[in-house]
Design a protein around this ligand. Structure first.
Ligand code: ATP
Length: 248
């Protein structure tokens, strides 16, 4: 079998002396769409931040295409939650997407033709090329999500990591994004996304992992039919609407 694109082994993370992630093992294969599901405070964002090298683990390893540390983080395209961006900032769509080239451009040189080509090609991928010169403040929620994805795609990452990409988007926009995700996985990019939209995740993901500080269960959506694992992860009772919503 080929090596997974993402391989997390025995990951432990503590923040301010509190243990947040416990012995997490997780893999993502090439071209796979993996959903990371869990309740508020489960440690999903902490896990993504650790993958990006923003948080240091107390134990364990994270490999991306066999690389560790900064080299691993450089292979990841990170799409933060939309609320984490200052959308009133006076920059255009193309300028925002260019900030994704930051690491490659460095502080000492300005953007070259190849950088702009990467920006326009990423905008093309998310069908936002026509908006390149618009101020980011004028965009709708769905358009904002797409340009954040374009910004993460400018370095052709092996793994795209998305924090809550569907939150606050209407159904047609969610469908458009889902089609984009499928197009990316078919092109060989691996995707890891967190979401609170469980039914949607169960429809579009190839595999899901249920996290509550530790991995409670993982597998193909069709294999996760045991109500107990959902009750344990989300700390709900057997009568919870969550189980009904999932059709379990
Ligand atoms: N800098 C920090 N110092 C201490 N504790 C923190 C810090 N950041 C997050 N935490 C705690 O870590 C836990 C996990 O938070 P995290 O944001 O990773 O969860 P999450 O699964 O992404 O939640 P949500 O679904 O609400 O976004 C929470 O209990 C949170 O309070």
């Amino acid at each position: 079998m080929t090596e997974p694109v993402l391989e997390i082994r025995g990951l432990n993370v503590s923040l301010s002396g509190r243990r947040i992630l416990r012995d997490v093992d997780l893999t993502c294969e090439k071209g796979e769409l993996l959903g990371l599901l869990g309740p508020n405070g489960a440690g999903k964002t902490t896990m993504l931040r650790t993958m990006m090298g923003l948080v240091m683990p107390t134990a364990g390893s994270i490999k991306v295409q066999g690389m560790t540390g900064k080299k691993a983080a450089d292979l990841i395209g990170y799409v933060p939650q939309r609320q984490d961006i200052a959308w009133e900032f006076p920059v255009t769509v193309a300028q925002l997407v260019m900030t994704g080239r930051g690491r490659r451009i460095g502080w000492l040189r300005s953007a070259k033709t190849e950088d702009w080509q990467a920006v326009f090609s990423a905008l093309e991928q998310v069908q936002m090329r026509a908006y390149a010169d618009r101020p980011i403040a004028e965009l709708s929620g769905g358009q904002r999500q797409r340009i954040l994805i374009a910004r993460a795609l400018v370095n052709s990452p092996a793994l795209l990591v998305l924090d809550e990409p569907f939150t606050g988007l209407d159904m047609p926009t969610q469908e458009l994004l889902s089609a984009l995700f499928r197009q990316l996985t078919e092109g060989g990019t691996s995707l890891l996304m967190t979401t609170h939209d469980l039914t949607h995740a169960m429809v579009i993901c190839d595999r899901v992992a249920l996290l509550n500080r530790a991995i409670v269960a993982e597998g193909a959506p069709s294999a996760l039919r045991d109500p107990q694992v959902w009750m344990d992860t989300f700390r709900v009772s057997a009568a919870s609407p969550l189980l009904k919503q999932l059709g379990i």
